[in-house]
Design a protein around this ligand. Sequence first.
Ligand code: F6P
Length: 538
Amino acid sequence: MSGGVAELRQLAKLAEARGILPLFEENQQRAADFSISFDGMLFDYSKTHLNVAARTALLDWAAERDVSGRRAAMFAGAPINETEGRAVLHTALRNLSGEPVEVDGRDVMPEVRDTLARMQTFAEEVRSGGFVGAGGTITDVINIGIGGSHLGPDMAVRALSPYHDGPRCHFISNVDGADAVDVLHGLDPARVLVIVASKSFTTTETMTNAATVRDWMAEKVETPAAQFVALSSDEETAGQFGIPPDRVFGFGDWVGGRYSIWGPIGLSLMLAIGPEAFTDFLGGAEAMDRHFREAEPAENMPMMLALTGLWHHQIMGFPTRAVLPYDQRLSKLPAYLQQLEMESNGKRVALSGETLDMPSGPVVWGEPGTNGQHAFYQLIHQGTQVVPCEFMVAAQGHEAGLGHHHTLLVANCLAQSEALMRGRSLDEARALMAESGLEADELERQARHRVFPGNRPSVTLIYDRLNPRRLGQIVALYEHRVFVEGAILGINSYDQWGVELGKLLAQELGAVLSGEANAQDKDSSTRQLVQFVQNWRS
Ligand code: F6P
């Protein structure tokens, strides 16, 4: 463990003893000093325990771990995904600058631009009715994919619903047949476009769902393959599925699945909002890339978001972080960030292969406000665990005539971060109980239940409006946050070996359940569960 971390842990002890509110009394400029503004967004991390000394120590830690060197290596196309020997260049997919981006000495931008142009042409054809299904204009699009080939498009399509002027988009991801059946119910196969989204084009869930949907379509459509497109970095396997090359949109292996929304995997979003708005989405992300590369560390939004994350989890020891968008249309953002953060930084060994000397990335979870307030906020305010919260809210909504809803939404968001920080002391609770007429022992007993410890940290990301550009910025902000946290922890944020063992065992158990193998090598619990299923299925 570096001296920097030991010093930070010392500072954290002092910070916890001091609390958050006194920091505002000490520094009248605290809100401004502990905030970063960039292009329509304000990131306020002043309601945390961080003071100047702790922030400086965190920035020193980032410098000591050479975050800027690793960032330069990523943008330069170095194979920083070392366990897979790959570059990490999702940023090339949103590089609208005309600058080259090289992988192994080859500029990949002509290929990226070509694919984007093909996507745009195809999207226009579908949206204008030039590309039709057996029954006429395409009214509905189904994206079949899972993980990074599902969560990003699903999240972004929902987030930008005010900008939809294309076909309706649906998503099938789970291998549970219920997902396909419920989505297909009521759709006209002759007017559906199916997108098979799979970087590898081998993922069991996606291939199973794609075959099921093809069969469903074949009942009414003579050549279902004519209504299928594929998004994959394995164009050959996609071709073997029966999708011709002109309807396969490929991308390089230097785009990780959970970072792939910016290219072909974003096709459903492009179909929904149109190529122009999709370009705005890319433009927002590109602007965040520039900011990340150019802004000084202390003024750098992804850097400071990452450092507050590390401060809360690795230094102060808070086990989880809640992402709480006060934006119903960001309802899928927590799930999206779960994959982005937990699949990227949920690693127990460093790049060197050594076991990490501190916790890996935290558990990330959340739900939109205000719904969460009526569910789990009780624990956040009064539970024994501290949950650092990441609030998000737009200054303006899209709902003309419903401004009063938006005022309530924003008021609730701001109230929560204030309540978490401020809390309510026992004396304040006693005064409240006295006002309500209680006395003596009953007053004392009731007052204790109404105490809020306060000093619970949160950050707030506030922006003008959730438009395509802003969404692009927000997603890129979180991607770079994950990068910085991974760089400081010394791990590879771009592989995901932890998902492989379960896949392997599922294959074995699939054979057991279908009677092709027996379970004799399995533990007694697994055998018992298999037996239970077999009893009910036979
Ligand atoms: O199993 C995990 C994973 O590989 C994710 O990393 C990925 O996003 C998802 O599966 C889907 O993979 P593919 O796009 O290759 O179907």
